[in-house]
Design a binder for this molecule. Structure first.
Ligand SMILES: Cc1cc2nc3c(=O)[nH]c(=O)nc-3n(C[C@H](O)[C@H](O)[C@H](O)COP(=O)(O)OP(=O)(O)OC[C@H]3O[C@@H](n4cnc5c(N)ncnc54)[C@H](O)[C@@H]3O)c2cc1C
Length: 398
């Protein structure tokens, strides 16, 4: 993969100046590629003589792929701390089901530094194969090296489907991969299935402000790419006895070139347990009335060892930080118990909590839509019901 300078080059040097990687230089009045070209396309965009063509993945050209040569389901195994982001196990479980339906293999793709030994965990979670690129330059999740490593792997190994979590990293890297490969990506999917006739991946996601569900297919290009929000799919139990293969792939160091330096990581922590991991979520909406009432949510959450969630209005009002927001533009959660206090049940909210095992709603409006979803409903004022509930629980627990 590289930029190709054609005879139309007029030697103006504009491309040399614009290349972010210093991969071009002027030689005898012509631009030449003298360093590692990342096929970012910046040079071709500015060339006044249209003298630069981009070769490689992107230049396979729309419609030029032999789709029969692409097979298998890939899952991007995003790391988190000393393990994997929880969504990885969810995607491997779902990917396993899709792979079984297609009769194709499931491959986990693991990038990082000192991570090769972690591959067994991915096999136990459902992968048949693990592709590992283990290099010091991949220690920090920087977009360009991750993107180029994934592109190299895809171009050389041709998966039919590629899945990643709709996490901060997945949302940043996967669109870049899709753009270079000139393929489609459906972001934030809430359902995935195989079309029994066409064998295409049916990718479903909310659209038009959550009022419609759109099912999208990518018939012409490969891989078919999707990001999926955490907690949309259930992770299966790991099977430590599962057998699989691990392949460590060597990459040209130039693939890891980047103009970006990783400086520091800042994690914004919600008070108490993380929403995504909580078994019990006590969530409040506009019906809580005032920020002071949120202490009721905190008190109750503490009694359940749970976390505090919120609909969008309390976050917009600044009563709570954004990390607490549940819904279409917040977090997707799937706790054992979700207590919705003073929340009407707008679709943009329920999109983020509808998979909760048990939903209990407190609302003073008996016709509030949240009661359609709730397993148990209490019609009344949160400012009366919550203090009574807290007092009762405290008394019962001594
Ligand atoms: C593109 C887009 C994205 C969005 N993303 C999100 C999102 O991620 N998350 C989200 O939550 N929203 C989101 N929204 C906003 C969403 O449409 C709703 O406006 C929001 O969910 C309503 O929040 P609410 O239920 O707290 O407030 P309201 O709809 O105002 O409901 C308040 C409820 O409290 C009840 N109530 C009032 N006082 C009391 C009381 N004293 N005791 C008991 N009940 C009481 C009322 O009967 C009412 O049902 C989004 C909207 C758009 C357009």
């Amino acid at each position: 993969m590289a930029a190709r300078i054609t005879k139309k080059c007029i030697g103006c040097g504009v491309c040399v100046d614009v290349c972010p990687y210093g991969a071009l230089e002027l030689f005898e009045g012509q631009a030449i590629v003298s360093g590692h070209c990342t096929v970012c396309g910046s040079c071709a965009e500015v060339c006044p003589a249209n003298a630069i063509e981009i070769e490689g993945a992107a230049s396979e050209g729309l419609g030029a792929q032999d789709k029969a040569a692409w097979s298998g389901v890939w899952v991007f195994a995003e790391r988190e701390g000393d393990g994997f982001a929880p969504v990885v196990r969810e995607l491997l479980t779902k990917g396993r089901a899709l792979g079984d339906e297609l009769g194709e293999k499931v491959t986990a793709v693991l990038l990082g530094s000192g991570v090769t030994d972690w591959a067994g965990e991915l096999i136990a979670a459902g992968a048949d194969d693990v592709l590992v690129v283990d290099h010091l330059d991949l220690a920090d999740p920087l977009i360009e090296p991750y993107m180029r490593t994934l592109v190299e792997l895809v171009v050389n190994r041709k998966p039919a489907i590629m899945l990643a979590g709709a996490t901060t990293l997945g949302r940043s890297v996967m669109p870049a991969v899709a753009a270079v490969l000139e393929t489609g990506l459906t972001a934030d999917c809430t359902a995935l299935a195989i079309d029994s006739e066409t064998r295409l991946l049916r990718q479903t996601r909310p659209t038009f402000g959550g009022n419609l569900m759109a099912t999208i297919v990518c018939p012409e290009r490969r891989p078919q790419m999707a990001t999926v929000r955490p907690h949309v799919f259930q992770a299966g139990e790991p099977d430590p006895g599962r057998q699989g293969t691990t392949t460590v792939v060597e990459m040209d160091k130039a693939v890891f070139t980047t103009a970006t330096t990783f400086m520091t990581k800042h994690v914004e922590l919600a008070e108490g347990e993380r929403l995504e991991d909580a078994d019990v979520i006590i969530a409040g909406g506009r019906g809580m009335g005032k920020p002071e009432s949120l202490t009721l949510l905190n008190d109750l959450a503490k009694l359940f060892d749970g976390a505090v969630g919120a609909s969008r209005p309390p976050v917009d009002e600044g009563w709570l930080p954004y990390v607490h927001q549940v819904g279409q533009t917040g977090k997707t959660v799937g706790p054992k118990l979700y207590l919705a206090c003073g929340i009407s049940g707008a679709i943009q909210h329920t999109a983020g909590m509808a998979t909760s095992e048990i939903v209990v709603a407190i609302n003073r409006d008996a016709d509030a839509p949240i009661f359609e979803l709730a397993d148990f409903g209490l019609v009344g004022d949160v400012n009366e019901i919550l203090p009574a509930l807290i007092e009762r629980l405290k008394k019962e627990r001594g």
